[in-house]
Design a protein around this ligand. Sequence first.
Ligand code: SF4
Length: 762
Amino acid sequence: PNADGLTWNKAPCRFCGTGCHVQVGVEDGRVVAVAGDKAADVNKGLLCVKGYHVGGILYGNDRLTQPLLRNNGKLTAITWDEAIETIAQRIFDSPSTFAFYGSGQWTIPEGYAAQKFMKGGLGNNHIDPNARLCMASAVTGFLATYGVDEPAGCYQDLDECDVLITWGNNPAEMHPVLFSRVTDRRSRGETVRIIDIGTRRTRTTDAASDYLEMKPHGDVAIALGIMHLLIENDNYDKSFVEKHCNFRGAEASEPTLQGEQISEDDFRKRISKYTPELVEELSGVPADKIRMLADLFGNHDIRITSLWCMGMNQHTMGTAINSMVHGVHLLSGHFGRPGDAPTSLTGQPSACGTVREVGTLAHALPGGRVVAKPEHRQQSEAFWNMNPNSINAVPGYHTVKMFEQFTKPTADGGDITTMFVQVTNPGQTLPNLNALFNDKKDLDDKFLIVSDVYPTATTELADLILPAALWVEKNGVYGNSERRTQQWFKMVDPPGQARDDCWMTIAIAHKLFELGYEGMKDKDGDFIFAVKDDEGEEIPIWEFEHYYATNVDKHLFEEYRQFTTMKHKNLAPYDEYVKARGLRWPVVEQEDGSWRETRFRFSAFDDPFVKEGQEFDFYHSSSEDGRAQIWFHEYAPPPEMPDDEYPMWLCTGRVLEHWHTGTMTRRLAPLNRAMPTAYVEMHLEDAKAANIRQGEIVTIESRRGTCELPVWIDGRGRPPRGTVFVPFFDETKLINNCTLEAHDPFSKQPDYKKCAVRVKKL
Ligand code: SF4
């Protein structure tokens, strides 16, 4: 204990992908204080309003504390043994119809255990995370451009850029501590121009020097328009492009992530029609503003950082717009110097670490490997000491497909019959909830298992509810938006019988092992998660009383670490993360035995893997020549547009005070008082025309469902005429009844940002 009587320890914040570090104060087995960690490079002692209250998320009145089984509609308490037995028996009886739906809030060891359990143990690839709904298009954008995922730059770019462009992004509310790096610079007298490109005004707009209001999908046209002008005006970085880039186009007939290599002339021809005037027509942004953007990118004396998040990812052209914003930076040479970076942000604390790096997606394996490639399967089987052909070569169902199959009657081909949901709330976040979630309630043979900390919209339909440990009630490792891996230790006990998600996976695996399920044995006949003590005796980590006899996280992390060298995402040993406030990969051992992190990938001055003598090296280039790809995609309109029947655009999103579905933040009184209810933001003139008053309850109707909400005229976001905005944090007002499951063809990420609705007075 410190002089103040508290024991303090470090942990990353439980909420967003910024990954701020907090100091957690514990007294008498309870978290009683939280402070911004001054030693942390990410946040330098700052937290946002959610972070300052993060300790309170452990202590809501309605924590789940025991396993509950639904019998004839009623929930009955059962033991953990009964719960594990029930799950294991269902999987044993039908392993191929089981699906695991996980999360970007899984810790890295939790996700890794689930990944090994499914792909190695069961030979079943039906594992996918909620991150499919929030950043899958960023992944495909990075892969299509650089051949490897995740941003090249880091948060330092925000300290050094002259211009910050936010593409459909509202970091002032969604990543506030990160955004404060820029506003702090301004308050110190530095000039940073912020250009906000969006479909509605936000708090980011309030800080912006320029606001460019675009029509939904206008971002695609804007990126095309900038590239067109850079080439037309001969104002692109010829030397950078000549040395480091190829041009690539998507063939409309059979689009692939690889596309086809095209010549610079062909690229020039294809892009030539995207004149500022056509871009104005498609995007609504005036032609002179497109010229202004192109002139900025044509100026090499300044540094430009682009930021984006859900606006570009939840997009039926998500892969295209991601690739083309990278393309704008590559074509103009605004890449690879501190402050010159195209950077995507994640919404969840470990979407990068657990989903993208561990590869908990239906097609992936850890370390950037994929199930479809025989050599990748063989490498993974070797690391796992598993028999050949343990891993199935066919990718599993992505999120939308997984829930379609789960909510479709078995007799009609709905071939997912048991689903385990950990650390996420699809009953609130899936698009088109009536079709993708609510239909489950009429299907008696479908079995939904949900592990969570509080009752949620998802537990409403669960057949078995498992009480989970949360945040510092367990050990953990997260990976944030700038490739920073962050570790923390368990500080307090979970309430009642709540237990670690990772333990649940291991306990189910061991029960299958006991039942004689061959896949849960490795090549030597040992349990696939076996951990031995110093005398070589196996520690029964599947029994919770023995789970903390060893640091299971450390064992899993060290095993996982082997994969990370396969695609230059090298991690340091676990103990290095115990000492540090996170390290950005690739982390490479130095001659003196220390471990050095990397801030700027592909740039010779910082990245240890750049070949000697080169200034830049895209060493995972999909064209295998060390070059990045500059993409051309033809503009296409959104999948659903307002019409006479449904005349308004609906955009959904988040608010500063609540984190995602509000499961945790709605239990924090100060935050809930500050933002007690969801609402629909409407333009004053639209409200007047429909005779709707401030605060009046209206129904938002789409072709898929309805949602009743109070009206907030103009609201925080001030949407333009013809557009309404609704946040999704409120479990009593499910706006995802209305949204659309149409998704990007490559990333399979749905578009929550645009569909057609009408607003009706009650
Ligand atoms: Fe937590 Fe994100 Fe706020 Fe930082 S910005 S304190 S990580 S919610």
